[in-house]
Design a binder for this molecule. Structure first.
Ligand code: PLP
Length: 376
């Protein structure tokens, strides 16, 4: 049985052209970008090129891009960086990834007032609640562009308008959006924007943070002053070159690839709904990423579906805890107020560049077999 990988929101493979772009910097191009000789200059050129490629994909200027180790680091840097004195007000959405919510909780414990913007049942942040929670004393608003579970795209530009009217800065975790849909920092009104390399066919271990000109953050690491003084430490040249190439690849065909994946995703959804079980696609009524289906089958447990998926050689994610007796449901589904039977039976299927229509149809067939087995 050929494996079916439907977990691209967890991570993507490194694209061959990305791997090729990285390879020289593991070989002859091993120099330190801080060195003044030819080896160093070659490495510096690679980092500069990557910075321009990342900036171009999101409509930023190269000098506004800081390379980091991952999206978690970028998110932590923005949240902790805004509250060095551990006071003031932070507004975050209930739908955020733990790499935003955990720092928010830590800040709250340390003395920052944190308000959580609620979600509607469609998985979109509630505009009225946002308006009530973004206040003149708010320093930072953090709302993601696309949710990692539902794929629902958030009204970030509206959130940014509220933030700016209150005099606050706007942070956007765009880890799941960059490379999948068009992302432009000006259209969004983002002051800070997080990028995760391994979600767009670059390797793990590299991310980026967009910092709008005029906005400031304290240094994440002190030392030799790399990355405009924001993140000292010798640059991870090969991985940075990979992220640049991945961004160039996305820039070339993001709209066409989104349309292609959406056709397959829609066919998968139609196929799954046609299996005849009580099923619900979370966030279906809202704008969503073209590659994501978050579907709940009432009367099933995600943990059981996933263990059968291993047998059927399917890689996918779940919307509920997947170990032992733990039946906690995803905080995102909880925030959306999804009924427990649907929430407990929720799995996430996320497509990628290599996914074909044939894969999609095969997936429906295998999931159909699994659900039949589980309902016996
Ligand atoms: N933000 C979002 C929306 C994510 O989906 C993820 C990863 O799943 C992250 C942040 C964190 O990414 P990383 O684990 O690469 O730091």
């Amino acid at each position: 049985m050929r494996p079916l990988y439907f977990d691209h929101n967890a991570t993507t493979p490194v694209a061959p052209r990305v791997f090729s772009a990285m390879r020289p910097y593991f070989e002859d191009g091993f120099g330190n970008p801080g060195s003044a000789h030819i080896w160093g200059l070659q490495a510096r050129k690679a980092v500069d090129k990557a910075r321009s490629q990342v900036a171009a994909l999101i409509g930023a200027r190269p000098e506004e891009i800081v390379f980091t180790g991952c999206a978690t680091e970028s998110n932590n840097a923005v949240l902790f960086g805004h509250f060095p004195d551990r006071s003031g007000h932070l507004a975050v959405s209930a739908l955020e990834h733990p790499s935003v919510l955990a720092p928010a909780m830590a800040l709250s414990a340390a003395g920052v007032t944190v308000d959580v913007i609620s979600s509607g049942p469609d998985g979109v942040v509630c505009p009225a609640d946002a308006a009530a929670r973004i206040l003149p004393r708010t320093r930072l608003v953090s709302v993601m562009l696309a949710n990692n579970e539902t794929g629902v795209i958030q009204p970030v530009a509206d959130m940014a308008a509220l933030a700016h009217a209150a005099g606050a800065a706007m942070h956007v975790d765009a880890s799941q959006a960059v490379g999948k849909i068009d992302v432009n920092v000006d259209t969004l009104g983002a002051d800070f924007l997080t990028i995760a390399g391994h979600k767009l066919y670059a390797p793990k271990g590299v991310g980026a943070l967009y910092v709008r000109t005029g906005r400031e953050l304290p240094p994440l690491l002190l030392g030799g002053g790399q990355e405009g003084g924001l993140r000292s430490g010798t640059e991870n040249v090969a991985l940075i070159a990979g992220l640049g190439e991945a961004c160039a690849m996305a820039a070339a065909d993001v709209a066409a690839e989104a349309a292609r994946q959406e056709r397959i995703r829609d066919a998968v959804e139609a196929g799954l709904l046609g299996l005849g079980y009580q099923a619900m696609i979370h966030g279906r009524g809202a704008p969503r990423l073209p590659n994501t289906t978050f579907i709940g089958f009432a009367g099933f447990r995600a943990v059981d579906i996933l263990s059968e998926c291993v047998t059927e050689d399917i890689g996918c994610g779940a919307g509920a805890a997947c170990h032992g007796a733990d039946t906690s449901i995803s905080p995102v589904l909880a925030a959306m107020g999804v009924d427990r039977p649907y929430a407990e039976g929720t799995i996430r299927l996320s497509l990628g560049r290599s996914t074909t229509m044939e894969d999609g149809m095969e997936l429906v067939e295998r999931l159909g077999r699994i659900l039949r087995r589980l309902s016996r």
